[in-house]
Write a protein that binds this ligand. Sequence first.
Ligand code: CO
Length: 287
Amino acid sequence: MDSTTLALLAPRGVERIIQGQATSDGAGVRMTRLLTQDLQRRLDPFLMLDLFGTDNPGDYIGGFPDHPHRGFETITYMLQGRMRHRDSVGNNGLLVPGAVQWMSAGRGVIHSEMPEQLEGAMEGFQLWLNLPGREKMRQPWYRDIPSAEVPEWQGEGVLARVIAGQAHGVAGAVQRAATAPLYLDLHLQPGAVFGQPLPAPHNAFVVVYRGELSVAGTVVRTRRMAILANSPGSDGVVLRGGEAGARALLVAGQPLKEPIAQYGPFVMNTQQEIFQAVHDFNAGRLA
Ligand code: CO
């Protein structure tokens, strides 16, 4: 045991391993949906997680032309490739490897996310984080976080990039009061160990995107998502890098426990609010 695990006496285990579903979105972008709609209640406050990763331009070149969002936040994290964001609020940003884009759609945004390359690899994640009902109709908010501005913590054989929340005293780039999201990108050397305190009621999952790691004796392989058990009395999670090491996301958050009404890119609390969102979009009131 070392300093990264010392404080954890009752770490969580894995409840379930998710393989994800091949899907396509936008103008034919092929991706793997790891957090699907049937897991929204289980992983509240998270609504969706897509992993895109391909060397084939045909899988991504169409990008995501103009489309609306209302009622939640989108967090895009790039590993490889270049993607241009433009939105109806006037924001314009280029996502490059290691950079994060955090967009809170609030009452409404129309945006496009288009590849700015004709060949080469494109790899990254898009996570959807819900907003509490009282914040769904707020003004939109947007931030580009360049790679150099993502706070990092370094331990023995471990690099943690702290996108949101807090790890080993390092505050992440974004904090949210209602959902208390934790979003870490972890690079583990072979056999390296990383511990992270997690309140037992917070829903949490790990996504491995290179190598493999183990959680309380359960091996999690590349491109798999492990849902962590909310065992009463548990105090966190301990991840151990496999023989070739691992790169993985650790994501956790405080559940909102509100009704979830989703119609495509609109996520509200009631069907009535969904009708209103569609009506507002059709009337040009989201731009
Ligand atoms: Co979008």
